[in-house]
Design a protein around this ligand. Sequence first.
Ligand SMILES: Cc1cc2nc3c(=O)[nH]c(=O)nc-3n(C[C@H](O)[C@H](O)[C@H](O)COP(=O)(O)O)c2cc1C
Length: 204
Amino acid sequence: MSQPHPDSAVLEPRSTSEPRRVLGISGSLRRDSYNRLLLRAAAQVAPTTVGFVAWDGLKAVPPFDEDDEAAPPPPVVSLREAIAGVDALLIATPEYNASLPGQLKNALDWASRPYETSVLRGKVVAVIGASPSPSGAVRSQAEVRTVLAATGADVLDVELAIPRCFEQFDFEGLLAAPHRHTLRRILEQLAARARTGDTLLPVA
Ligand SMILES: Cc1cc2nc3c(=O)[nH]c(=O)nc-3n(C[C@H](O)[C@H](O)[C@H](O)COP(=O)(O)O)c2cc1C
């Protein structure tokens, strides 16, 4: 179950029948990013159990500075509030030099602090990714999961690694059907986990 952020009143008690709020974060800042397209696809395929919204504040988040973690700059406050205000996260990451993009790691570091009140602790998260390479950003996704696990997030054991991403979206940006199916199942998993702490059947 996700933990409300102590400094935030955004998570009101809700009935279990209400949709779970899922925040999408793209690790890519690129305007025409395939990972942004993946989040757009998530909004398109989201089941009725999910209220999906993508977050667009990553570029404004400054480099982490431990001196500022207790009184962080406004973009970091926005980041923490955005995470605190949802039941679950869906992170779509590219792979940079066999790892996760620095801007994503930086944001996760900010969100993980101060440790006692971290908005990531107990947060239900799924990690997906797209890359033009045949591997589909699997190494980056694995590293994001490692970082999230270190923060105490509740990382789902699901995967959507999209290889040759330039072939997986049509001219209108619509994601190929098999991946849409997997993405919808991941969103169902997120909602179920955020609702009950249980997982559904495997995504495949
Ligand atoms: C600095 C840099 C390093 C990259 N390293 C990798 C890599 O290790 N593996 C990979 O599959 N793609 C790599 N790429 C290619 C990215 O996967 C590609 O630019 C991708 O489209 C980025 O995702 P986006 O479309 O969401 O922006 C790299 C790109 C950049 C800019």
